[in-house]
Design a protein around this ligand. Structure first.
Ligand code: N7H
Length: 461
């Protein structure tokens, strides 16, 4: 029997075999494919038996277990063998009701209430994209590096689903990269660096690369997993799943970023620190709390830091290196064990077309104002205590971590603008200056799902 308090799962240990076979992929480790299709559907009334049979069949034929995902990862590492199509299946509370399965056994009230009723200062539902204004039952995720195979498979799934459901929306994710080949989000920053680590090999690698540990990303399974309440199978777990379509006004953001540098009077070689103080990392991923502009080797993937580190004898806690309102500091203050319980497994991917490739430096007119953004996704044990807590009690909260910190300049929502304090001079708290910053991310719709265990899905009919 698997104990969810365990950490550092050794994938070679046969005791975990059943557990890994029963769990959907992408939860403990991102699937890593560069292209995704997300199909949102609502099943037609009176077709329960057919829907159950379809979900069961789709699972048997396509859904990628964690074990299969890790097997493919191993082959890729060893021989460079590319992975095959990845598939995941996520259901809403409304879907369980439709299937005649009670939602009472789900412990998370926000899952049962749905994102439309969440208290997150989201734009009114009437302004969401039309598809998301409707009730959704399922999101099917297909992901592949091979676009042709992905296209073919999504057509098959869409044709099948068309007979049983209304296709409410289809989203297409495609990774964008910088000249180093690192995955970016549309404002130009490397994303996906800080993640909870569940697997022993990943934790060992992290510890080997970071001998003096300042931040330990290793996590217990219970950070992301809960018992699947609708199966009696042993070692069968699921996870609550967030999906949010977040549009990014890249041109507006980049102009505002430049304005911050101007207001602070940053010298040319220090200009990029303006954006780094908004995000908490430089574009290449280097944490601003560790560096002004001199980037360390491999600092782009650096995650071994907290905000107490002393530089030139000065404690970083005062916000003169990484401001308290910076996106990564608001969403993970790295201060206590309690903060670590909020962390989510983030699995987002960028969407939308760029006319100018992101490996090329661009002027404002070449940057999109709309139509691009992030399909934000995360897995967690609790929507209330993790995703919602981070969005509402930290990012949207002007007074977190202390009075007048201001909202998160990237994802903060509500009536106020971000009004944080930025240091004109790195590491000098006497130069902290308040600078207003507008909002450039707009929530276009989303929903809460549950990623059920494979035994549940395989025995549905
Ligand atoms: Fe954020 N960005 O470009 O600024 N995010 N994020 N995020 N985010 C992170 O450290 C971004 C969003 C978190 O542990 C990085 O992995 C954008 C939501 C958390 O130190 C960058 C959007 C929520 C972390 C961005 C967006 C979060 C994190 C640095 C929307 C939760 C890790 C890469 C369009 C409610 C913090 C990294 C840590 C990192 C950006 C959304 C949370 C570059 C553009 C909705 C917990």
């Amino acid at each position: 029997m698997i104990n969810l308090n365990q950490t550092a799962i050794d994938v070679r240990d046969l005791n975990f075999d059943k557990f890994l076979s029963n769990l959907q992929g992408n939860i403990l480790k991102g699937h890593g494919r560069d292209n995704t299709v997300h199909i949102f559907s609502r099943f037609k009334p009176g077709k329960i038996a057919e829907v159950k049979a379809w979900l069961q069949n789709f699972t048997k034929q396509n859904v990628t277990s964690c074990k299969e995902q890790l097997r493919q990862r191993e082959l890729f590492k060893r021989n460079g063998t590319p992975g095959s199509l990845f598939a995941g299946l996520y259901l809403t509370a409304k879907c369980y009701e439709y299937l005649g399965l009670p939602t009472a056994p789900f412990g998370d009230p926000s899952f049962k209430a749905g994102m439309k009723n969440a208290d997150l200062d989201d734009p009114p539902v009437a302004s969401w994209e039309p598809g998301y204004q409707q009730d959704v039952h399922a999101m099917i995720l297909l992901a592949d590096d091979d676009l042709t195979r992905l296209g073919k498979q999504s057509k098959i799934v869409l044709d099948e689903l068309d007979l049983l459901s209304e296709i409410i929306d289809v989203e297409y994710g495609s990774a964008i990269r910088n000249a180093n080949g690192d995955g970016l989000e549309h404002f130009g920053y490397v994303d996906g660096i800080s993640q909870p680590l569940f697997l022993k090999d990943e934790i060992d690698n992290f510890k080997a690369a970071n001998l003096a540990l300042r931040f330990d990303p290793s996590a217990q399974l219970s950070l992301a997993l809960v018992d699947d309440p609708h199966t009696g199978a042993e070692d069968a777990f699921g996870s609550y799943f967030v999906f949010r379509k977040l549009e990014q006004n890249v041109r507006g953001f980049k102009k505002a970023e430049e304005k911050v540098a101007e207001i602070l009077g940053l010298e040319e070689e220090d200009e990029e620190r303006a954006g780094a103080m908004i995000v908490g990392r430089f574009e290449d991923g280097t944490p601003v709390t560790l560096s002004k502009t001199d980037h360390m080797i491999a600092s782009g993937i650096m995650n071994n830091f907290d905000y107490k580190e002393k530089i030139e004898g000065v404690n970083g806690d005062n916000g003169s290196r990484c401001p308290f309102h910076a996106h990564i500091r608001k969403t993970n203050p790295r201060t206590s064990e309690g903060d670590k319980k909020r962390i989510m497994a983030r699995r987002g991917i960028t969407y939308g077309h760029r006319n100018v490739n992101t490996t090329i430096d661009q002027t404002f007119v070449q940057m999109p104002k709309e139509g691009v953004g992030l399909l934000f996704m995360s897995f967690q044990k609790s929507l209330v205590d993790q995703f919602e807590f981070i969005q509402k009690s930290w990012a949207n909260n002007v007074s977190f971590p202390s009075a007048n910190t201001g909202i998160d300049p990237i994802i903060g929502q509500g009536n106020t603008m971000s009004n944080g304090k930025y240091a004109k001079k790195y590491n000098d708290k006497t130069t902290l200056t308040t600078v207003p910053f507008d909002k450039f991310v707009t929530m276009k719709g989303g929903e809460y799902f549950f990623a059920p265990s494979i035994p549940f899905l395989k025995n549905l009919a």
